[in-house]
Ligand binder design. Structure first.
Ligand code: BJW
Length: 248
């Protein structure tokens, strides 16, 4: 329910008694750390074409170009620090009996903020694996794996399956959550985008944190419009104290 200053009282009632919390994050949660998002006016895809860079076909066609793009993105990560949103999520682990942080991000900033057991749906840009056999790449290893395949960044491209364990943990957390946050994601890319819908169908209270509306917004129990670095501490920090919260 969108408004300039939303009523948070129902949210705090639910959040204070929720046992199982799941969080889905997307590129927007890292925007305040200086990482560009994919879609939108300032998004990476405004300048680069996904099909030329983020598909297995693109890699087969031109591995050098794809590597160049990922080296450029790795360069962007140098010196990047987690922001208040990442930190609020890291602290929130302690406030619930079960807490599952599911991210589409490949930047490792949740872990850098102290989050544990992060479910990475789209891999991690800091690792490499063989495109053919999946073997991880050691520090000094050549670009070609011993199986003859090429090493590539350990991320999930369009048309590729998500890591089975990650997707199964994510689905099960969304379906059993009392409370789910969908933060900084356009909810455009599947199967990750299904998670808020699954949680809602299963009866969870779903909170969306995003400066812009998304296709999921009409279904959100609470949709707050603004940066996650500001909203997550406001929504989560009060849960650490029994009397905290309210519409403050
Ligand atoms: C802020 C903010 C601030 C800004 N605070 N917020 C069903 C229907 C149609 C198509 C499909 C379907 N199922 C599968 C597909 C195909 C495809 C897909 O979904 N396509 C859609 C585009 C339609 N999915 C796949 O191919 C997936 N694989 C798969 O399904 O396998 C089985 C299968 C195979 C073949 C056929 C069918 C099924 C794989 C998806 C892999 C996605 N990979 C990428 C690249 C990762 C590597 C890299 O980084 O290079 O992952 S694409 C890119 O999008 C990246 C992201 O994780 C992902 C999601 O984007 P995200 O995070 O939501 O970012 P944005 O930019 O979209 O949004 C940012 C948001 O932040 C915005 O809303 C802003 O407003 C907000 N914001 N500032 C809070 N301060």
């Amino acid at each position: 329910m969108e408004s300039a200053e939303p009523d948070l009282s129902r949210y705090f009632e639910v959040a204070h008694v929720a046992n199982r919390c799941a969080v889905l994050t997307g590129a927007g949660v890292s925007a305040e750390s200086g990482m560009p998002t994919f879609r939108g006016e300032q998004g990476l895809w405004k300048e680069y074409r996904p099909e030329e860079l983020a598909t297995p076909e693109a890699f087969q066609r031109n591995p050098e170009l794809v590597w160049e793009w990922y080296e450029y993105r790795r360069g962007m990560l140098e010196g990047i620090q987690p922001n208040e949103g990442h930190r609020a999520l890291a602290s929130a682990e302690q406030f619930f009996e079960e807490f599952t942080l599911i991210t589409q991000n490949i930047d490792g900033l949740h872990q850098a903020a102290g989050s544990t057991d992060v479910v990475e749906l789209h891999g991690n840009i800091r690792r490499d694996r063989c495109h053919d056999c999946g073997a991880g790449r050691g520090e000094e290893e050549a670009m070609e794996c011993t199986c003859g395949g090429l090493f590539r960044p350990d991320v999930v491209w369009f048309g590729e399956s998500l890591p089975p364990q990650a997707i199964s943990m994510a689905f099960s957390a969304a379906q059993s959550a009392d409370l789910l946050f969908s933060v900084g994601t356009s909810t455009m890319v599947y199967p990750a985008a299904q998670l808020p819908y699954l949680a809602k169908d299963a009866g969870a209270f779903v909170v969306e944190v995003n400066p812009e509306p998304t296709p999921f917004t009409p279904l959100a129990d609470l949709a707050v419009r603004g940066p996650s670095g500001q909203w997550l501490p406001r929504l989560l920090d009060p849960l650490g104290s029994p009397a905290g919260g309210g519409n403050s």
